[in-house]
Design a protein around this ligand. Sequence first.
Ligand SMILES: *[C@@H]1O[C@H](CO)[C@@H](O)[C@H](O)[C@H]1NC(C)=O
Ligand SMILES: *[C@@H]1O[C@H](CO)[C@@H](O)[C@H](O)[C@H]1NC(C)=O
Ligand SMILES: *[C@@H]1O[C@H](CO)[C@@H](O)[C@H](O)[C@H]1NC(C)=O
Ligand SMILES: *[C@@H]1O[C@H](CO)[C@@H](O)[C@H](O)[C@H]1NC(C)=O
Ligand SMILES: [Zn+2]
Length: 469
Amino acid sequence: MKYLFLVFLMNLLSQYAGKPLRRDGSYPKSFEDIKNEIAGYTDIAKAIIDLAVHGKAQNRSYERLAVFADTIGPRLSGSKNLDAAIKYMFSALQKDGLENVHLEPVKVPHWERGEEFAMMLEPRNQSIAILGLGNSVATPPEGITAEVIVVASFDELHKRAQEAKGKIVVYNEPFISYGETVQYRVRGAVEAAKVGAVASLIRSITSFSIHSPHTGGQSYQPDVPQIPTACISVEDAEMMSRMAFRGTKIVVHLKMGAKTYPDSPSFNTVAEIVGSKYPEQIVLVSGHLDSWDVGQGAMDDGGGAFISWEALSLIKDLGLRPKRTLRLVLWTGEEQGGIGAKQYYQLHKENISNFDIVMESDEGTFKPSGLGFTGSAKAREIVKEIMTLLLPINATDVYDNADGTDIDYWMRDGVPGASLHNDISKYFWFHHSQGDMMTVQDPNQMNLCAAVWTVVSYVIADMEEMLPR
Ligand SMILES: *[C@@H]1O[C@H](CO)[C@@H](O)[C@H](O)[C@H]1NC(C)=O
Ligand SMILES: *[C@@H]1O[C@H](CO)[C@@H](O)[C@H](O)[C@H]1NC(C)=O
Ligand SMILES: *[C@@H]1O[C@H](CO)[C@@H](O)[C@H](O)[C@H]1NC(C)=O
Ligand SMILES: *[C@@H]1O[C@H](CO)[C@@H](O)[C@H](O)[C@H]1NC(C)=O
Ligand SMILES: [Zn+2]
């Protein structure tokens, strides 16, 4: 420790030799200075990696998540499970010895799918697996029985608008990318209703399927009738498409008991390691605690939430206290449109100049390769330099851009943002489906993710200067 300090002091002296003073008595840092400062974290980065990947904390984020996911289950906004999850985390973070553990109240949407099923009646009886989409209205109690029209795109729907009236629109859109294809889930009901359809069934947004429906958010529009909408498996969408192509008449009976209740009280869950020198300055690490009501929400976003918690635990275990405050936020209501994050932003944006970086992991905790980053060119150069500290686990890449519903508000206003970049090749196989269970998670991969997340958040929180905007 003493030796380290001496090296640090010598570094400091050589950095500042012969530089002009700023008005406040500090010295402006050249990139060379910053590089040296970051290189000074090599041993700490190694200690974090050792602890997370090989040492006493090995598999901890995985083990903690497993107990949580198996105990609580899925955590839909407005549900008792989400309440239980927040209580659980509040107590777990306190027991972990973190500081300023508290809940920030926010009202979230409360939608429940109720009982639902679909049955193909013509050309033959066949049960169709469905998952109602978030916010969908119910069918009438007797259900809807109607002929199906299958389309592969919105374009085709518009061209065949005359045919769609009174029918159930089945979208069999090909999977291109999540960002592009998810439009069918989000706008499918509205576009179908505009041409007079009575319901819409949407091929699940996934690149791979074993007959799994994948739910998710969708939005109605004012002045467009609200029709029931659900996702179906890739296999059933393709089957109905083949049938329709042959000119076979398809009739489906759809029953959905979905209900929307008044908004429900919920909370963002917060814990900190308070900074030693600039406690008012914040490095925010986060994931969302809510999930859809299927599977266990182990991947989306149990993994992100638990590696974020792990970052604080690892830093505490190493007896480190960064200069800035490291703040963990576990968002509520993300799947309903980033509701918790929106309120958090509105409440805290008066302090925006003190937010150094906002980080969210919400795209899986598989094998990490680095970070997605949003920020100025100068900040990116610094972050690239920080990522060299992750050479021992080969997770040094910096990609454009950071991605995370819950950190978007800050990034739009110029706060640097980071998201975990990992191997998402299988992410959408499980996303928002019954398959999102602990089985998807791998303890070794979570260890690596936790190491990346911890090194980045610690070093940024501890560097002498905030990232430039
Ligand atoms: C961590 O998980 C891996 C993979 O399952 C296992 O081989 C290893 O023994 C575990 N380590 C501990 C400390 O439980
Ligand atoms: C199909 O199901 C309907 C409703 O459950 C039933 O009335 C009908 O007899 C079935 N048809 C065949 C061919 O099994
Ligand atoms: C803004 O920062 C100040 C100084 O750290 C703090 O006292 C205050 O509570 C913060 N305001 C909000 C809304 O977080
Ligand atoms: C390091 O990761 C990159 C992808 O980020 C990969 O292409 C390369 O093969 C990896 N190298 C090693 C030694 O694992
Ligand atoms: Zn998510």
